[in-house]
Design a binder for this molecule. Structure first.
Ligand SMILES: [Zn+2]
Length: 629
């Protein structure tokens, strides 16, 4: 296929420079390793024979299990392309490195002179792609939401290589979005075109010939006022991206357009009550829209909007399970989500597992919403709008990391499905592949509190949850002047210091000092403050408290700071979704859930019940790069 814009040049991806060394570290949660698992899924699910098109599905409950390449999905491909550089900075991994460039080039090949990506119609032989439910296009079509998300991707790539092409494309996309939006007073909205006879795929699509005028044609479109979900989806895909671009470059039209979109959703389609209650019922749409509002609020010093985002975050916590970070896809808002979306388990089947609601979305959790809630917790805390470190830590250690498919989980899952004959015999179609291992590292779109779930949301959730790994990893350590702050007690290498975390085996964190003279370490809220101790190079050292942090100063390179505190173990009962569970926790880490999952059980963590963390040799990587997110 040729580039629609023939002037687009070839691209190259700069090396991921950094320092690499061997270290003996506690074998505990390490986000650099999780990032490598994400890179596996993201790059292995691309198909070089299909011009690096991304597989969007992974189906386990069939024989043989298969991954599927339906039509191109630029809005989701953009999430994966946004994640790849971030995951490589975390881990230094060069696994399938050449695919990053080819993946980006495949999207560039769809980019026209107006800067927008146009997907060719009917790119597969899959019958659904030709059904009346799909956009009945005779010509390539673009999506407003995809353009928004691609701006964010290009922002990440621009920060790495400074390629002026990315700026050119972002600014063309902003012009195109401005042209397609319908301006009214001080806000803007986008029109919805309904493909023939289904409610399922209402998307804001356009062709290269469209303008706001042609989209306003009553035969072809209607405003987003009638579709709360889509309006907020446009908001989250576009506004946050525009804000990030403004932060990077100061490009005024980006901030202006973000403001107009946000005013549109706040004034007309709302989605939330003033007091923070949600009208939106789709959890991920709500949280992602809040992330966009957060970004705009902090950029414009809009304290009222920021406080509103905090109230909405608190509501999200209240309707989900704030202990493990289980947020059901259906957030019990008052505006129903459209029928037929989500619900990746039949309600009757879930009833056999002891759940009451016949709407599976009440009891299944998309990993996007867990990632979004952790993202909100981090962003609000770093902006000084609250202290939500414990939320982020607890949700990460439990529902979040358990939602990422590992090698051993896949084996257990397939064995259980076959043993119980919970599968369909179905031949592998031409647009599929039976190499299901390619999906390892992808995230669930339908996890239960104790079971991985039947469906992977590779296109959607793998992109969002992998990206948010970077946000967490980057927040583990921050610098305030000369003071290095350890906010999350997780393994992490950096140029200032390396963190060895012994949680949840031991209440212990070891800091190997490199380039900082003072360090502040956040002590978990669940421990006994009176029993916190600190040693430097094996000798007791006095420390000062500053809020939840213990501060040690006068350090030099090579010093080893050991902070210890009592570990807490407790057993709790919690209704998650609509089913009661008994949970055993060490610190914030669930080490056992009862009842256990039956197909791909989560929390297989007996090893965490030991009192001594095992040590393993790893290759640590310290990147020289920083990224604004
Ligand atoms: Zn998702």
């Amino acid at each position: 296929m040729r580039y629609p814009d023939e002037n687009l040049p070839a691209i190259s991806v700069p090396n991921y420079a950094g320092e690499r060394y061997e270290a003996d570290v506690p074998d505990t949660l390490d986000l650099a390793e999780k990032a490598e698992l994400s890179i596996h899924a993201i790059t292995q699910m691309l198909d070089p024979d299909r011009d690096y098109q991304m597989a969007t599905t992974a189906e386990f409950d069939r024989r043989p299990p298969a991954i599927g390449f339906a039509s191109r999905a630029p809005v989701c491909e953009a999430k994966h392309l946004e994640s790849l550089p971030l995951l490589r900075i975390m881990s230094g991994s060069a696994f399938n490195l050449e695919s990053d460039k080819h993946f980006m080039e495949s999207l560039l090949r769809l980019t026209a002179e107006d800067g927008a990506v146009y997907t060719p119609p009917y790119v597969t032989d899959k019958p659904e792609d030709r059904s009346p439910g799909r956009p009945p296009f005779e010509e390539p079509y673009g999506l407003v939401e995809a353009e928004g998300r691609l701006i964010l991707t290009l922002c990440m790539w621009y920060q790495r290589d400074g390629n002026p092409l990315w700026r050119t494309l972002v600014e063309k996309k902003i012009s195109r979005l401005t042209e397609l939006g319908v301006a009214e007073q001080d806000f803007v909205y986008f029109t919805i075109r309904e493909p023939l006879d289904t409610e399922l795929d209402v998307r804001m699509w356009f062709t290269a010939r469209d303008t706001a005028e042609t989209l306003k044609d009553p035969a072809g479109g209607r405003g987003w006022f009638t579709d709360l979900i889509r309006a907020h989806e446009i908001n989250f895909q576009c506004s946050r991206s525009l804000c990030i671009y403004y932060r990077l470059t100061g490009y005024e039209p980006a901030l202006e357009l973000a403001g107009k979109i946000i005013r549109g959703v706040l004034k007309i389609t709302r989605g939330f009550e003033k007091d923070g209650r949600w009208l939106l019922s789709h959890f991920h749409t709500a949280t992602a829209s809040l992330l966009a509002m957060f970004e705009y609020a902090t950029l414009t010093d809009d304290m009222e909007l920021l406080a509103f985002v905090v109230r909405c975050y608190e509501y999200g916590k209240a309707v989900g399970d704030s202990l493990v970070g289980f947020f059901a896809e259906h957030a019990r808002g008052s505006v129903p989500y459209r029928e037929g979306w989500g619900g990746y388990w039949p309600g009757e089947e879930l009833a056999e597992h002891g759940y009451k609601s016949l709407d599976a979305r009440d009891n299944t959790c998309e990993l996007c919403e867990v990632a979004d809630m952790v993202g909100l917790a981090l962003k609000l805390t770093l902006a000084g709008a609250g202290d939500f470190w414990e939320d982020a830590d607890r949700w990460l250690r439990n529902q979040y990391v358990e939602g990422q498919m590992t090698h051993s989980q896949l084996r257990v899952f397939l064995d259980n499905l076959y043993e119980r004959e919970l599968f369909q015999e179905r031949p592998v179609e031409p647009w599929e592949s039976d190499e299901i291992e390619r999906a390892i590292g992808g995230f669930s779109i339908s996890s239960l509190p104790n079971d991985w779930g039947l469906k992977m949301g590779h296109a959607c959730c793998t992109g969002n949850a992998s990206r948010t790994y970077f946000w967490i990893w980057d927040s583990i350590l921050t610098k305030e002047g000369d003071l290095a702050k350890v906010n999350l007690l997780l393994n992490r290498a950096s140029s200032w210091l390396d963190v060895d975390s012994y949680l949840p085996y031991e209440g212990k964190v070891v800091l190997k000092i490199k380039e900082t003279a003072a360090v502040a370490t956040r002590i978990p809220s669940w421990t006994d403050r009176g029993k916190v101790s600190c040693k430097v190079n094996g000798s007791r050292r006095d420390f000062a408290w500053s809020n939840d942090y213990v501060e040690v100063s006068g350090l030099t390179a090579g010093d080893v700071v050991t902070i210890e505190f009592p570990m807490r173990e407790e057993t709790l009962f919690s209704v998650i979704g609509d089913k009661p569970f008994k949970l055993t926790l060490r610190g914030n880490t669930v080490v056992e859930i009862d009842p256990q999952g039956e197909l791909c059980p989560l929390y297989q963590r007996d090893h965490f019940k030991r009192d001594k963390a095992p040590i393993k040799k790893v290759s640590r990587f310290v990147s020289k790069e920083t990224v604004l997110w």
